[in-house]
Design a protein. Structure first.
Length: 367
């Protein structure tokens, strides 16, 4: 669904274009009809000679059309924002990819050109579960913890047997990450990572998202070994970009970004990607990530691994053929900025990352 970004309002507000144009068209058409009715009645009742009557008829009609057109243009640029929860995005207007999973795409030009993709995931949806990259076969803590995969291969492999993921996003940073970036090698995951109740990486120095065995979600910064006994899934990021509804000030470096956000009641999880290093999207700051997560409905948020790792994908059942795994964003997996002086058009490239986070439905996966 194409979205309109209202640059005139403080912060970041998204409004569906269809609603804007439909409202403008109705208002402008109504005004034109009223003015036309007015000039006809006025001329009939108050004017004598036919020449003056014809002149005024045309004058009033043309003025009415001009006012209607001006109104159409003005409303296209000065839009009344659509609000849902405390000034946030109205997720009821977003596209539903799967039960409990809604998707929005936006392309604002302020504060800079960005291409934004966001998923809202309702953790209260029946059978909805989270899954992250498991341990590699030759697991060695702090050295070889997972096998790097592109986000789409993460989905593809899961659907061969279990757990049949439907959406996924890149998660933890990892080391090393040498070229070729698409190569699927063992790697060390940065921060805490837990997959299906099994510890993958133990680091306690980065903020993390926890999903308990009962499905409760929380974002935290410290944990104990006892806490881990109740954890089903965990992923970590570089730092908090949204803290109890407040966005900390950060630097102004623009890069592709990935963010995870959690609503205040812990019900909704948000997957956010902002493309960068390409003509249509220059990238975002960490503060932009926090601002966007807040606007989309998050209360706490984490800045995840970004840059060439930033990837969001889903399993589109409407695509013909066996491989239905589609990108939702345009990753720059090779890491380099797009050379605008070259002749070749921009083409997305994927990176094999150390950890990905996905969503599946338990009932569908067990059939």
């Amino acid at each position: 669904m194409k979205e309109y970004w209202n640059a005139g309002s403080p912060g970041l507000t998204i409004v569906p274009v269809g609603k804007i144009r439909g409202t403008c068209l109705c208002l402008s058409t109504g005004i034109a009809k009223l003015l036309n009715l007015y000039q006809v009645n006025y001329c009939r009742r108050n004017l004598g000679p036919i020449g003056i009557q014809t002149f005024l008829h045309k004058l009033v009609f043309n003025v009415g059309i001009a006012v209607a057109v001006c109104l159409l243009v003005l409303l296209e640029y000065f839009v009344v924002p659509v609000h849902a929860e405390e000034g946030g995005y109205d997720w009821k207007t977003a596209r539903e990819l799967y039960p409990g999973i809604r998707y929005v795409h936006a392309e604002p030009s302020v504060p800079q050109k960005m291409v934004i993709n966001c998923l809202q995931i309702d953790s209260h949806t029946p059978w909805l579960m989270f899954y992250t990259t498991p341990r590699c076969a030759e697991w060695t803590e702090g050295k070889a913890e997972t096998t790097r995969q592109t986000t789409r291969n993460f989905i593809r492999q899961s659907r061969q047997k279990f757990p049949k993921l439907v959406v996924a996003v890149n998660a933890n940073a990892f080391l090393p990450w040498p070229a070729p970036f698409q190569q699927e090698d063992p790697t060390d995951v940065s921060g805490l990572a837990v997959s299906m109740g099994t510890l993958v990486s133990r680091s306690n120095t980065m903020p993390f998202l926890l999903v308990s065995k009962t499905g409760k979600l929380q974002i935290a910064t410290t944990f104990t070994d006892e806490d881990l006994l109740d954890v089903e899934t965990a992923v970590s990021g570089f730092g908090l970009c949204l803290v109890e509804g407040e966005v900390p000030a950060t630097g102004d470096d623009l890069h592709p970004r990935t963010g995870l956000g959690l609503s205040q009641d812990g019900r909704y999880l948000f997957f956010l990607t902002i493309d960068g290093r390409q003509p249509s999207s220059l990238g975002a700051t960490v503060q932009d990530v926090g601002d966007l997560l807040k606007k989309f409905g998050a209360y706490t948020g984490i800045n995840m691994d970004g840059g060439g790792s930033t990837t969001m994908a889903w399993w589109d059942i409407n695509v013909e053929g066996e491989d239905k795994c589609q990108l939702l964003n345009s990753p720059v997996g090779d890491g380099d900025s797009y050379d605008s002086t070259g002749d070749a058009p921009f083409a997305p490239t994927e990176r094999a990352t150390g950890n990905n986070l996905g969503v599946y439905f338990l009932e569908a996966s067990t059939k």
